[in-house]
Design a protein around this ligand. Structure first.
Ligand SMILES: *[C@@H]1O[C@H](CO)[C@@H](O)[C@H](O)[C@H]1NC(C)=O
Ligand SMILES: *[C@@H]1O[C@H](CO)[C@@H](O)[C@H](O)[C@H]1NC(C)=O
Ligand SMILES: *[C@@H]1O[C@H](CO)[C@@H](O)[C@H](O)[C@H]1NC(C)=O
Length: 248
């Protein structure tokens, strides 16, 4: 009786020990959110640098091919609408980065998910202690812990994030996207209230639809070439890795 009790107690003790020591080996929700926000915050700065080109080009080409007359006050009101709408569009775009990047890293294939014990490459640090850059180096296969995401940062994580950001902008700036319809609607409303002749409003609408579509398409191509081009985004690597390795 005594020995079976001791045996039972030992089992309990060993289980408690096991469950508390066995690493969870997963970038948990707080980690997924944190790392996605870190990427999102830093990448937004790169987007901020590119968007002025879009509003400038829209202003310069908005009424190309339109032969009606437009007063300078009306032109200024169009420019103001372009600034406001481009800003709104950019904010909606970057505001979705955390979600977009979380999906990119953790849901798209190959997924950073699953056990990291087979084989065990790194030992989970005690609570409150961060993983190290050595752990990042040593976790050389894909699984769910932060060092795995860190290890594949250049090879998989960053390119996939950039690709997803690219594609998201392309959707938003397509002629069936919200950034397009919202800008066109605001401009047409402003034109109707302006001194543009009523008989010119149809050709005005036709011209701006074509021009905005063209500028959005040109900007999408520019963005794909310029966003995080070459080593542009490498300056964020260190901060992002440190943040990532701080999660259990
Ligand atoms: C990246 O973003 C974080 C905030 O999430 C900021 O503290 C850090 O300075 C940024 N890194 C660079 C290189 O701008
Ligand atoms: C919007 O247009 C793009 C092509 O420009 C197409 O790939 C996409 O499926 C369209 N989306 C909707 C909701 O119609
Ligand atoms: C951005 O996405 C496009 C496809 O939409 C791709 O052709 C291009 O290479 C991407 N740029 C980068 C840096 O990944």
């Amino acid at each position: 009786m005594k020995s079976s009790l001791t045996f039972f107690a030992t089992i309990v003790a060993v289980s408690v020990l096991l469950f508390s020591v066995v690493p969870t080996n997963a970038c948990e929700q707080s980690c997924r959110t944190g790392i996605s926000l870190a990427f999102g915050d830093n990448y937004s700065k790169e987007v901020d640098k590119l968007f002025p080109t879009l509003s400038d080009d829209l202003k310069n080409h908005l009424v190309d091919g339109f032969s009606g007359s437009i007063s300078s006050a009306t032109k200024s009101s169009f420019n103001k609408i372009i600034d406001d709408e481009t800003d709104k569009c950019k904010k909606a775009f970057t505001g979705n980065f955390a979600k977009l990047i979380e999906d990119s890293i953790f849901n798209q294939a190959p997924q950073f998910k699953g056990q990291c014990q087979h084989p065990l490459r790194v030992n989970q640090p005690p609570p409150g202690v961060a993983w190290t850059m050595d752990d990042c180096q040593n976790q050389d296969y894909i699984c769910g812990n932060p060092p795995a995401v860190c290890h594949y940062m250049d090879q998989i994580v960053k390119p996939r994030n950039v690709k997803n950001v690219n594609e998201s902008l392309k959707d938003r700036l397509s002629t069936n996207g919200s950034c397009y319809s919202s800008l066109i609607r605001s401009l047409i409303i402003a034109a109707a209230k302006s001194n543009i002749k009523a008989s010119d409003l149809d050709s005005f609408a036709t011209a701006i639809e074509k021009n905005v579509g063209q500028q959005y398409s040109t900007f999408t191509t520019l963005f794909e070439h310029e966003f995080c081009r070459g080593t542009t985004c490498d300056k964020y690597d260190h901060d992002i890795k440190v943040k990532l390795l701080s999660y259990p």
